[in-house]
Structures are given as structure tokens and as C-alpha cells.
Ligand binder design. Structure first.
Ligand code: NAP
Length: 233
């Protein structure tokens, strides 16, 4: 991949938490960043614009609304991405065992964490240059093999579904010229991770971006943690 020209990353779901930190990290590394929020409210991402200026472009996308995805695709027509990073995700009724989870909660979690990220990829993947990277924020909880202690049952299922759908997507690529990554960022203190999580955002996201950078150029799909270690499916 060319390194002497401005590289562009699209971060989907960057209003706060890990997505916001991803946008900040790519900006810090000199990249052009297109980052999405949903709704029209001001978010912490907007505060980054004071220092980033034109290198940060804020777009709007609720990943669960296909019409908004079509609009974004039209707005980005002709753009070239070195990295597409789908970060958006939710944890709904996460503490409940599956028997207590509402149908609505289960459906929303599966749609937002598994179906919608794949729709984003299927819709925008052609913007990613050959040799670029398509990255999805998975979770260590998405590992079926590592699920020996339960907890966060529906969330785990949604990330395991995401991982499986990425495997199917990867198997359909005629020429696997793009790097495909599922990332487990660690348990991080965000609104989702909560105050008791093991890691500060600053202990996760720079390492995640390092992993993406190191892996870019390798073809095929990998499920990796923030240290670049292979996660068991
Ligand atoms: N924190 C952890 O310990 C941890 C561990 C493993 C994996 N992850 C994963 O990392 C990702 C980010 O998590 P986080 O900890 O930063 O969570 P967070 O603080 O709750 O932030 C979630 C982000 O996703 C966005 N989002 C949710 N639903 C969306 C939708 N339908 N369309 C567009 N954006 C949407 C949110 O936007 P709004 O502000 O509009 O709600 C927000 O920007 C998620 O995929 C999560 O599953 C987190």
C-alpha cells in the first residue's frame, strides 16, 4: 500500500467510546478521517474538529437504517479508503440469561451487532483500495471456544454471529486482496464497558490501530486481540 500519500480511514460509530478514540488516534497519526455519528446532536467527536480541521469529516449514519447507508454511499462516491473500521455496537439486556431476554432486545442486539455491520461492509467495501483493510469491532466475548463461564449471553451470541458472518463474507471474496480483521479490543472503560473494566481507552485503541497497521497488506480474515494475538473462534 502507498504510504507517501494521505491515507483515509472511515470510522463507523465514532460519537464516543472506542470509536471516538479510533478517530482521534488516526488523526494523531496524520490520516484523513471520515467518522460517523447518528442523529444531529453535538457529540464529543465534534470537539475533535477544533484541532483536526479539514482532516476530520463528520458524516451521519444509523447503521440500522438502510436508507441512511445508501445516502452515505452516495456521499462517498469516488472516495478512496485505506481503512474501513466498523465499530458501532450495543449491549442490550446484557446481564440477563437468555430465557429472560425480550424478543425486542434480542432482535435489536442481533441487528445492530451482526446484521448492520455486515450491511455497512457489503455497501461500502468497494471504496476500500486493494491492499486496504476492512475491520470490524468484535469482542473477546464473541469467541465460542472461550465461552466457558457464560455471562452477557445475548451480546456474546451477537458477536459470535458477527464473526461467522465475516467468515462467510471472506469466503465469498473472489480475490482476497483486502485485509479482513475482527478485533477484540479488551475490556475497556467506556459507557458499554463500565467503570470496572480492566483497561483505559488509551491502553486499547493505540494498540488496536497498531494491529490494523501491521496486518494491512495480508490477505484473508483474522480474529485478533489488541496485542495482535489470534483469538480462538
Ligand atoms: N468497551 C468494551 O469493553 C468493549 C469490549 C469488546 C468490544 N467492544 C465493542 O466495541 C464497540 C464500541 O464499544 P464502546 O465500548 O465504545 O461502546 P459505547 O461507549 O456504548 O459506544 C457505542 C458506539 O456505537 C454507536 N452506535 C450504537 N448503535 C449504533 C447504530 N445503530 N448506528 C450507529 N452507531 C451506533 C454509538 O453511537 P451513539 O452515541 O449514537 O449511541 C457509540 O458511538 C462495540 O462494537 C462494542 O461491542 C467494546
Amino acid at each position: 500500500m502507498t504510504t507517501n500519500k494521505q491515507q483515509t480511514a472511515l470510522i463507523v460509530g465514532a460519537s464516543r467510546g472506542l470509536g471516538l478514540a479510533l478517530a482521534a488516534e488516526y488523526l494523531k497519526r496524520g490520516w484523513q478521517v471520515i467518522a460517523t455519528v447518528r442523529g444531529s446532536a453535538r457529540t464529543p467527536l465534534h470537539d475533535l474538529q477544533a484541532s483536526a480541521g479539514d482532516r476530520l469529516e463528520i458524516e451521519h449514519l444509523d447503521i440500522d437504517v438502510p436508507e441512511q447507508l445508501d445516502t452515505l454511499r452516495a456521499r462517498l462516491k469516488g472516495r478512496v479508503l485505506e481503512v474501513l473500521f466498523v465499530n458501532a455496537g450495543v449491549a442490550i439486556e446484557a446481564e440477563k440469561p437468555i430465557g429472560d431476554v425480550s424478543t425486542e432486545g434480542f432482535t435489536r442486539m442481533m441487528v445492530t451487532n451482526a446484521l448492520s455491520p455486515m450491511r455497512v461492509i457489503e455497501t461500502l467495501d468497494k471504496l476500500v483500495v486493494p491492499g486496504g483493510a476492512i475491520v470490524v469491532m468484535s469482542s473477546g466475548l464473541g469467541s465460542v471456544a472461550n465461552n466457558v463461564d457464560g455471562g452477557w449471553e445475548t451480546y456474546r451470541a451477537s458477536k459470535a454471529a458477527l464473526n461467522t458472518l465475516m467468515r462467510s463474507y471472506a469466503s465469498r471474496q473472489p480475490e482476497p486482496s483486502r485485509t479482513l480483521l475482527l478485533i477484540a479490543p479488551g475490556w475497556v472503560r467506556t459507557d458499554m464497558g463500565g467503570p470496572d473494566a480492566a483497561l483505559d481507552v488509551s491502553e486499547s485503541i493505540p494498540l488496536v490501530v497498531d494491529v490494523v497497521t501491521q496486518q494491512t497488506g495480508r490477505s484473508g480474515l483474522q480474529f485478533l486481540n489488541r496485542l495482535g494475538e489470534t483469538m480462538p473462534w
